[in-house]
Design a protein around this ligand. Structure first.
Ligand code: TYD
Ligand code: MG
Length: 455
């Protein structure tokens, strides 16, 4: 056995140093050296040449492409984001804010898998076994056979996995696990990376599916799930406002499936329940239309969803603020410039706040038109007409560009009783949609004009 020694590796250039320094001696970056455990028993030069030939090199065409088998978790909305189910030897990272429902969902999924005959291991580092038992009672899973291990030392966890041979393992959470080979505290970048790397190797070696839970830390990237994204096969993030009852799970990386689909859940008294028809959940039900609100149709995977966008434009101080929740801030600044330049609507000295209702994050540019209409509506203090919906990307030249799958978006809005729509010209339906007046526009000025005529 070779002895382990601690060195410090730069996360920027990969250079190593024997002691920790604030500045990397190789590339000069600050605060990038992190502790790593390395083997010292190997000679430095030409140490790999003896290994040549021990692994076979083959033409790609000769390698058999075996289809991956998936095991559905039994929770439909979760399987949808997984791309059908969990994969043998796959490593999944589930990130999200504390309290959003990661432990709840995974306990439900583990119970369903155990019931279907798979052997499970739920490693809890954040809560005691008793707390997990309490949660399972709350979820109505009191007779659950899920195997629980309250442990935070990596070596002990790996030991249990090698003896117990579970088929699915949950590590809740990766930030509580520590390896005794490193001196840094649990939750530090070094520990989180080292432990995740060992667990990943363990998954590949044993064929167990390992699900790592990661908290999004306050500082954002540091030691949060982001540092692990490149190591794992699938990365899922929870979205949603912890105060509202809806939660979204989005795949941002999936080596075994598409990243388009999202899973939607409602938090109930008895855990998370899938929402199979989510199209209207992100609308706040105003008794009467209010200024500063515009509904758009977003496409999440294969499902259209109506989301209310809200804007508040208010007299600002010497440096007016632009804040957005659920929408990109840079895009907001760009849209305000387009509005000024091409439609003559100035918000230069005003604070502008925009928000997507329900804590949903919208990254598609098809939200642009809705955002601009909500802003002008707030600025003028005039509500949009009742049953109004809009979508379309807005370009820097003031043009309104089509959104993918416009017909489906329009049909969904019509189904929910929306009677007026302003859409890009290329998205105009060939046949009229019953009960819906569709106004096709090519430029932002036309869109504003069309809305004014309806108000
Ligand atoms: P939890 O799964 O502990 O969140 P995380 O692991 O992501 O930190 O869920 C926390 C919240 O969910 C908690 O505030 C209570 C709520 N909850 C319910 O509303 N219903 C339930 O059945 C359960 C178990 C939790
Ligand atoms: Mg938890």
């Amino acid at each position: 056995m070779s002895k382990e020694k601690t060195t410090y590796t730069c996360t920027e250039c990969g250079g190593s140093n024997s002691k920790w320094l604030g500045k990397c001696p190789h590339c000069g970056a600050w605060n990038t050296l992190i502790e790593t455990a390395t083997d010292t028993g190997t000679p430095a030069k030409n140490r790999f040449s003896a290994l040549a030939g021990t692994s076979e090199v083959m033409p790609l065409a000769d390698i058999e492409a075996t289809d991956i088998s998936r095991t559905p978790t039994g929770i439909e909305e979760l399987d949808r984001v997984f791309g059908g189910g969990i994969v043998e030897g796959g490593v999944v990272l589930i990130g999200g804010d504390p309290g959003i429902g990661k432990s709840t969902l995974l306990l439900q999924a583990m119970d369903a898998l155990q019931r279907s005959g798979m052997s499970t291991l739920y490693v809890t580092g954040e809560e005691s076994g008793a707390q997990v038992a309490l949660r399972s009672k709350r979820l109505g899973l009191d007779k659950s056979q899920v195997r629980v291990l309250a442990e935070i030392q990596l070596e002990k966890i790996l030991g249990v996995i090698s003896i117990d041979k579970p088929e699915v393992v949950v590590i809740d959470s990766i930030q509580t696990v520590y390896s005794e080979h490193l001196t840094s505290a649990p939750g530090s970048v070094a520990q989180v990376r080292e432990c995740a790397a060992h667990l990943t190797r363990c998954a590949k070696a044993t064929g167990a599916t390992i699900i790592l839970v990661g908290h999004v830390t306050k500082e954002g990237a540091l030691a949060g799930p982001r540092v692990l994204e490149h190591m794992v096969d699938t990365v899922l993030y929870f979205e949603g406002d912890t105060h509202s009852s809806y939660r979204l799970i989005r795949a941002i990386k999936n080596r075994f499936g598409s990243v388009n689909e999202i899973g939607i859940f409602g938090m109930t008294e008895r855990g998370l329940k899938g929402v199979s028809n989510p199209s209207a959940i992100f609308l706040s039900q105003h008794p009467q239309p209010v200024p500063g609100s515009c509904v758009m149709v977003t496409m999440e995977g294969t499902r259209p969803m109506l989301v209310e966008l809200q804007a508040l434009v208010d007299a600002g101080g010497p440096s007016p603020r632009r804040l957005s929740v659920g929408l990109e801030r840079d895009r907001l600044a760009m849209l305000l410039a387009v509005l000024h330049r091409h439609a003559g609507v100035a918000c230069g000295d005003q604070d502008v706040f925009v928000n997507a209702v329900g804590g949903v994050k919208i990254s598609e540019p098809a939200a642009d038109l809705g955002v601009l209409l909500a802003i002008t509506s707030s600025l003028r203090g005039k509500a949009m007409p009742e049953g109004f919906v809009a979508f379309g990307e807005v370009g820097l030249a003031g043009e309104v560009r089509p959104a993918p799958r416009g017909q489906e978006r329009l049909r969904e809005a019509a189904k929910l009783g929306f009677a007026h729509a302003v859409v890009p010209k290329a998205n105009a339906p060939k046949k009229p949609i019953e009960g819906m007046q569709v106004i096709a526009v090519e430029r932002i000025e036309e869109a504003l004009e069309a809305v004014r005529a309806l108000q």
